[in-house]
Every structure is written in C-alpha cells, then in structure tokens.
Design a protein around this ligand. Structure first.
Ligand code: ATP
Ligand code: MG
Length: 192
C-alpha cells in the first residue's frame, strides 16, 4: 500500500503530513512502515534523524530511479513525501500510488496548484485533500471546504494550526495531530 503525499506547491504541510501519517500507520498496526523521502531537501529524513519514530524506517529516494525502487516494497504501508515543484518526480510517485493525500492551506490562492496536482492523478486512484494548519472558524476555511465540495474532491482531513505541530522534530508528535492524521489514514486505506 503506497500512500503518496503530494502538492506541487511548497510549504503546504507535505512533510508534516507524511511523518504524522507514518506514525498513525504504526499506531494502527500496519508495520513495517516505510517513509520514503523523495525530496532532495530530505526534510522527512532529517526529522526522523532528529527524532526517531518507533516502527518507521526512512529511506531517501531523491531520484526517479531510487523512488520507483523504494515504492516496490510490498509489505506494510509505504508513505511517500514528495518535493515541491519537481513535476517529474511527483508524477513518478503518483504513478505508483494506491492513494494520494494532497495537503493544502485554506484560501483561494491555493486552488490552482491543487488543481494541477489533481490533474496528475489517474482517474481510478483514490485521492483526498488535507487542509493543513487550518484556522478553525475562519471564512477562508469555510470557503475552502465549500470549494472542494463543489468540485467533488473529498476532504480527508482538517488539521488545526497548532504550535506543537509547527515545532516539528523539536517536539514529540502531538496527540491531536495524530488523531486527525489517523482519520486521514483510515480514509486513504478504505478507498483502496
Ligand atoms: N497543523 C499544523 N499546525 C501548525 N503548523 C503546521 C501544521 N502543519 C504544518 N505546519 C507548518 O507549516 C510549515 C510547512 O510544513 P511542511 O514543511 O510540512 O510543508 P511541505 O509542504 O513539506 O514544505 P516543502 O514544500 O518545503 O517540502 C512548517 O513550518 C510546518 O511546521
Ligand atoms: Mg517537505
């Protein structure tokens, strides 16, 4: 089961989502969990170097060749963190995906990049949006939810903005984040 976290836009919560989804997969008993870091910046790999996660092995795969090989791993759950901007590698990841999780921020400026990412996903591949770092109760959030509903794109999660999530590897994974990403994981797995 390959879960690919992708959005061509940078800084939308891909790495955070990939790490939390990996931890949620372990908590659900989907070991072994392999976190494949296809980003040259190696943010997931650096995160796990700073703070290891029980049951999660990380592999760096910054090229199409290494990525395709890492995704052939056929045990447990594989979560793939992808880089922003690099359409070739994002497409390679998406081509091997059983489900695609698209983190995005609330706000209309984000829609076009998500639309481009959605167009890269084969019709039959389940996909869902995660609104990361969401400010609950704002118009921006309400409008974003309404927009994706109108486009018939499922929202698999809304993860509130939290200091403890923004702390990344400097802090332990935050319980509320784990709960939200567990819900995302269940949706990604159910859609198979
Ligand atoms: N729920 C949240 N609450 C608070 N901050 C968050 C949340 N989710 C993500 N962030 C913060 O948003 C920023 C961008 O997140 P992240 O690095 O995961 O994005 P990315 O899409 O992987 O970025 P890049 O495209 O550079 O790889 C980080 O500072 C991260 O800590
Ligand atoms: Mg990242």
């Amino acid at each position: 089961m390959n879960i690919v976290v992708a959005n061509l836009k940078g800084g939308v919560g891909k790495t955070t989502s990939a790490v939390y989804l990996s931890a949620a997969a372990v908590a659900r008993g989907h070991e072994p969990v392999l976190l494949v870091d296809a980003d040259r910046q190696a943010s997931s790999a650096v995160w796990l170097e700073e703070r290891a996660l029980d049951g999660v092995t990380v592999v760096e795969a910054p090229s199409e060749r290494t990525l395709v090989r890492a995704m052939k791993h056929d045990e447990g759950v594989v979560v793939v963190d992808t880089p922003p901007g690099d359409e070739r590698i994002v497409q390679a990841a998406i081509n091997g995906a059983d489900a695609v999780v698209i983190p995005t921020r609330a706000g209309g400026v984000e829609f076009p990049r998500v639309a481009v990412t959605l167009e890269m996903i084969p019709k039959a591949t389940p996909r869902g949006i995660v609104i990361a770092s969401a400010r609950l109760g704002t118009n921006d959030l309400d409008e974003t939810v309404a927009w994706w509903k109108s486009q018939d794109v499922p929202i698999w999660g809304i993860v509130p903005e939290r200091v403890a999530i923004a702390a990344g590897p400097e802090s332990r994974l935050y319980r509320e984040g784990l709960e939200q990403y567990d819900a995302v994981l269940r949706r990604a797995l159910r859609k198979r």
